[in-house]
Every structure is written in structure tokens, then in C-alpha cells.
Design a protein around this ligand. Structure first.
Ligand SMILES: [Fe+2]
Length: 236
């Protein structure tokens, strides 16, 4: 058996710098020496594979997957899109995981001590597998903005964290999706770490009236590209 074909060399120009001055903590974790390329062997071009039972349907509905005594509070939304590879082909059956703040801008996490209420019916975590066309779909609550300690009066624009495996460890992507028209984006050091207007644009979902369900939820569409020159930028 021959190893699967390796991926094209990664285009680092579409990703944020490891050390991006305005995003203060990147300085602490950025590599101090140049990266070293390694050969892509079976370990890099393959990854974990999941059966359909790895992500039951309820896991993709964050408005239901952690209810205790009622509906979570906030604006119900649908977030959907396609995962595609560097050659524009769909990536089916891949795990997509998300985590996010609640409608008030608060995470369920010991480190998050923002003075905003937790929601007993919302953990802000979900996952699903892409279908044959590479499509994922989540039902969730629109996350609120929250303050963070990067600089004086720093507030994160509304965002959802995404983690994808893709077909191999070489396609692993951890990033954030943003919402259109958010006034905090131009002053957010994480969003602005994306190295070009095109790269920033690739992080912002489109509002879609076609995905919007009447009397029920607004719809957003966000496609994710794993590797290649159109790759969705990584998080730092
Ligand atoms: Fe966040």
C-alpha cells in the first residue's frame, strides 16, 4: 500500500503571524526560531476518522443539547456552510466542533469571570460531522461580545470558535467565525491578525435570508477551506 498523496506546501501568507504585536499573548507563545518543514508521511496525511454515531444529531443543536429547565436565552441562529479542501472539493464525514460565549458574552469556564450571567440551559459547545457535500449545520444562540484583558477597554467582537480535523492531521484547523457588520471587528487585535482584507473577509459569515427560517431563526453561511491559497486563516 502506498501512502496517500501529500498536501501542497502550506501558504503561510494567508495566516496570521505567530507573533502579532497588538495581540499581546502571541509574543509569549510564538516560536522563537524558524519553522522546520517535515516530510508528510502516513502520520500527517491521515487522521482520526469518525463513525456517524460519534456525533448524534442533538450535539449540533446547542439550544437543546444542554437544557436543564427551559430554552436558552438569546437570539436563535442557524450557522451552516461547506468544508472544502485546497482543490475545491468537499470534505465529507469530518468532525466540526464549536464553542462560544452565551448571549451575554459569558463562557462556562473557571477563567471567565466576566460580570455577565451564565445561562443554565446553554453550555455553548457542539459538534457535528459534515455530510457527503461537506456541509455542517448548527443551531445555536448568537454569542455576545465580551471584554478581555489585552489592552484598555478591549472587547471581542461576537464570534464562534471552530475546530476541524479534516482528512489528516495536516489539515487540522482551529479558528473563529465572525458575524457581518460588527463594529468591534476593526479594533479587535485577533481579527486584525489576519494578514489581508481578503483573509479577514474569509472569517466573516454571510447573512442568508434563504437559510433564515420564518418565525424561527436568522441564518448565516460560512464556508471553510482547509489549506491552499484560499485557506481559512488559523487562530493564533
Ligand atoms: Fe472566544
Amino acid at each position: 500500500m502506498t501512502d496517500p498523496a501529500p498536501y501542497n506546501e502550506r501558504d503561510w501568507g494567508v495566516h496570521p503571524a505567530y507573533d502579532y504585536g497588538p495581540y499581546a499573548s502571541t509574543k509569549l507563545r510564538a516560536p522563537k526560531q524558524a519553522l522546520v518543514s517535515i516530510d508528510q508521511t502516513l502520520s500527517e496525511v491521515t487522521g482520526p476518522s469518525f463513525g456517524q454515531d460519534a456525533a448524534p444529531d442533538i450535539d449540533a443543536d446547542l439550544t437543546r443539547n444542554s437544557r436543564i429547565n427551559g430554552e436558552p436565552l438569546g437570539e436563535r441562529i442557524i450557522v451552516t456552510g461547506r468544508v472544502i479542501d485546497e482543490n475545491d472539493r468537499p470534505v465529507p464525514n469530518t468532525m466540526v466542533e464549536i464553542w462560544q460565549a452565551n448571549a451575554c458574552g459569558r463562557y462556562i469556564h473557571d477563567v471567565d469571570q466576566h460580570d455577565a450571567p451564565l445561562d443554565p440551559n446553554f453550555t455553548g459547545a457542539g459538534r457535528c460531522l459534515t455530510d457527503d457535500e461537506g456541509r455542517y449545520t448548527f443551531i445555536t444562540i448568537k454569542p455576545g461580545a465580551y471584554p478581555w484583558g489585552n489592552h484598555f477597554n478591549a472587547w471581542r467582537p461576537a464570534h464562534i470558535h471552530f475546530s476541524l480535523f479534516g482528512p489528516g492531521f495536516a489539515t487540522r484547523l482551529v479558528t473563529q467565525m465572525y458575524f457581518p457588520g460588527d463594529p468591534l471587528q476593526p479594533i479587535d487585535p485577533i481579527f486584525n491578525g489576519a494578514p489581508s482584507p481578503e483573509a479577514m473577509d474569509a472569517l466573516v459569515a454571510d447573512f442568508s435570508i434563504d437559510i433564515t427560517k420564518p418565525e424561527w431563526a436568522l441564518g448565516y453561511e460560512w464556508d471553510i477551506v482547509l489549506r491552499g491559497r484560499n485557506a481559512t486563516p488559523m487562530d493564533r
